[in-house]
Design a protein around this ligand. Structure first.
Ligand code: ADP
Length: 463
C-alpha cells in the first residue's frame, strides 16, 4: 500500500467488514440467549393449536387440514407408531430426527427442537431447515397416537424480506465503499497539497498558497505551515541581506587597500608625506576589516542558543570608569566633557561582554558628538534587583523614524557617512544581544541636533 489514500480506503473497508462480522456474532449470541426460547415458545403454542383444533374437529380430513396449514408457511412432518409418515410443505434439508424423540412425542411429550438446537457460530439456527429443528407435539388421529413436528418455512414466510435485507446490506456496503473512495480523496487532498508545498519550499520557492480557512486539524497544520513558510522567506531575505552587507563591509575597505597599494607601487614620484598618508589609510582600512570580522565572530557566538555567559562578580562603576579611561585619548582629542555619576554596585555578569557594550556606547557618543559637547554616564540602582545605566550625549541625535532600526544589524543612519567616522553598523546589535542575554533591556531616546540617550536596565544578580 504505497499511498495514504489506498491505506485509508483499505483500513476503512476492513473496519466495515470486521464490524459487520463482529455484529453478526453478537446478534447470534443475542438470538441464542434471548430470542431462541421465545421463538420455541411461539412455535410450540402454534403446534399445540394445530393439534387441539384437529382433536376438536376430528371429521376434518387430516391431509387437507395439514396441507392448508403448510400453505400458510409451515413445514410439517407426521408419523405414527408404525413408522407411517407424511410430509407437508417444503421438504426438510436434513431428516435427522432420532427414533427416541419420535417415541417420546408419541408417548405424549412435547419436543422442543428449536430451543435444543445446538448453537452454531455462523448460523443463527433460526434458518436451519432440519427436522431436528422443529417442535413436536402428540396428535391423536382416529384413536391412533401420532407425532406432529412443525417449523416455520423461513423461505415462504420471510422470502421477500430476506431479499430485501440482502439488497439493503449489499447496497449499504457498495455505497459505503464508493463514498469512502470519494471521501478519502477529500481528506487526503490537503495532505498532498502540503507535500507539494514542502517540495516547493525545499527548492527555495516560499510563495505557497494554502487553504488556511479550514478549522480542523488540517487547517491548523496549513496555517502553521504557511507561517513557517513566511518566516523561512523572511529568514532567507535576512540571510541574503546579511551576506550582501558583509561582502560590502569587507569589499569597500579591500578596494581602497588595493587602490592605494597599486598607486604606491606604480608611481615612484609620490612625495613622502602623501605616501605616508596612503600607508595610513591602508592601515586603517585593514583595521576596519579586522574589526568587522571580529564583530561578526562575536555575533555568531552570541547567536548560539547554548552560549553560556562567563559570570563573575565585579564593580560596575569601576568597569565603566575603565572604559572611559581607555577611550580618554578619543574624547580628549575632540574636546568633549565627560560627566560621571556612578553608584558603587557589585553585579554578577559576564565582564568581558559588558565591557564591549560600554565601549561601543561610549565610542558612538564620542563619534557622533561635535567638539565641545558633553557625554554623561549615570549608574544607579532602580530596585534591589535592577540597576539602570544611562549614556547621554549632546551629539547630532537620531531622526525619530530611524530609532526603531538602529539596533538592526548593519544599520547606519547616515549611509553616505565618511568611512573614517562610520563603523560597520554592528555595534548596537551586538550590545542589544549582550544585554538581552543578561536578561536586561536597552532603549534609546533621541532628539535630532540635541543629543541621544541610551538607557539600560540590567539585573544585578544574574540567575
Ligand atoms: P556603527 O558601527 O555604525 O556605530 P552601531 O550599531 O553602533 O554601528 O550604530 C548604528 C547607527 O546608529 C550608527 O551608524 C549611527 O547612525 C546611530 N547611532 C548610534 N549611536 C549614536 C549616537 N550616540 N548618536 C547618534 N547616532 C548614533
Amino acid at each position: 500500500m504505497k499511498t495514504l489514500y489506498l491505506r485509508f480506503v483499505f483500513i476503512t473497508i476492513a473496519i466495515i467488514l470486521s464490524s459487520g462480522i463482529i455484529a453478526f456474532f453478537l446478534s447470534n449470541i443475542y438470538y441464542q440467549m434471548f430470542l431462541k426460547p421465545v421463538n420455541d415458545e411461539k412455535i410450540t403454542q402454534f403446534a399445540k393449536n394445530i393439534a387441539t383444533f384437529y382433536e376438536q374437529n376430528p371429521e376434518t380430513p387430516i391431509q387437507d387440514y395439514l396441507n392448508n396449514i403448510s400453505h400458510l408457511g409451515f413445514q410439517i412432518y407426521l408419523v405414527n407408531k408404525q413408522q407411517e409418515e407424511a410430509f407437508y410443505g417444503e421438504s426438510f434439508r436434513n431428516q435427522n430426527l432420532t427414533p427416541q424423540v419420535i417415541q417420546s412425542v408419541l408417548a405424549g411429550n412435547t419436543y422442543h427442537g428449536v430451543a435444543q438446537f445446538p448453537p452454531g457460530l455462523f448460523v443463527t439456527g433460526f434458518f436451519d431447515n432440519e427436522l431436528s429443528n422443529t417442535i413436536g407435539v402428540p396428535l391423536t388421529i382416529k384413536g391412533q397416537p401420532h407425532a406432529l413436528f412443525v417449523r416455520p418455512d423461513v423461505v415462504k414466510q420471510f422470502g421477500e424480506m430476506r431479499i430485501f435485507f440482502a439488497i439493503l446490506v449489499s447496497l449499504m456496503v457498495a455505497i459505503s465503499i464508493l463514498l469512502i473512495l470519494l471521501g478519502t480523496r477529500y481528506i487526503v487532498k490537503p495532505i498532498t497539497t502540503l507535500t507539494e508545498a514542502t517540495k516547493k519550499i525545499a527548492s527555495g520557492n516560499y510563495g505557497i498558497q494554502l487553504n488556511v480557512q479550514r478549522s480542523d486539524e488540517i487547517g491548523k497544520l496549513a496555517r502553521h505551515f504557511s507561517k513557517m513558510a513566511s518566516s523561512l522567506a523572511r529568514l532567507e531575505a535576512m540571510r541574503q541581506e546579511f551576506v550582501s552587507n558583509v561582502s560590502h563591509e569587507i569589499q569597500s575597505p579591500l578596494a581602497s587597500i588595493q587602490g592605494f597599494s597599486q598607486t604606491l607601487q606604480s608611481d615612484q614620484q609620490i612625495p613622502p608625506e602623501t605616501r605616508q598618508r596612503y600607508l595610513k589609510i591602508i592601515e586603517q582600512e585593514s583595521k576596519r576589516i579586522s574589526q568587522v570580522s571580529k564583530q561578526l565572530l562575536t555575533l555568531a557566538s552570541l547567536d548560539k542558543e547554548e552560549r553560556a555567559l562567563e559570570k563573575s562578580t565585579f564593580n560596575l562603576a569601576e568597569q565603566i570608569k575603565q572604559a572611559v579611561f581607555m577611550l580618554q585619548w578619543n574624547w580628549q582629542e575632540k574636546d568633549l566633557a565627560i560627566e560621571l555619576d556612578l553608584s558603587e554596585i557589585q553585579i554578577h555578569a559576564d565582564q568581558k561582554l559588558l565591557h564591549q557594550v560600554w565601549t561601543n556606547l561610549l565610542t558612538n557618543s564620542i563619534k557622533f558628538t561635535e567638539s565641545g559637547g558633553t557625554i554623561s554616564v549615570v549608574v544607579k540602582p532602580i530596585s534591589k534587583k535592577e540597576v539602570q545605566i544611562l549614556f547621554k550625549d549632546t551629539g547630532i541625535g537620531i531622526p525619530t523614524e530611524e530609532l526603531s532600526s538602529i539596533f538592526d544589524r548593519f544599520y547606519k543612519v547616515d549611509k553616505a557617512r565618511k568611512r573614517e567616522v562610520s563603523g560597520s553598523g554592528l555595534g548596537l546589535s551586538i550590545s542589544k544581544k549582550i544585554i538581552e542575554l543578561h536578561g536586561g533591556r536597552i532603549q534609546v531616546e533621541s532628539e535630532l541636533g540635541r543629543g541621544t540617550s541610551f538607557i539600560i536596565q540590567l539585573p544585578i544578580t544574574l540567575l
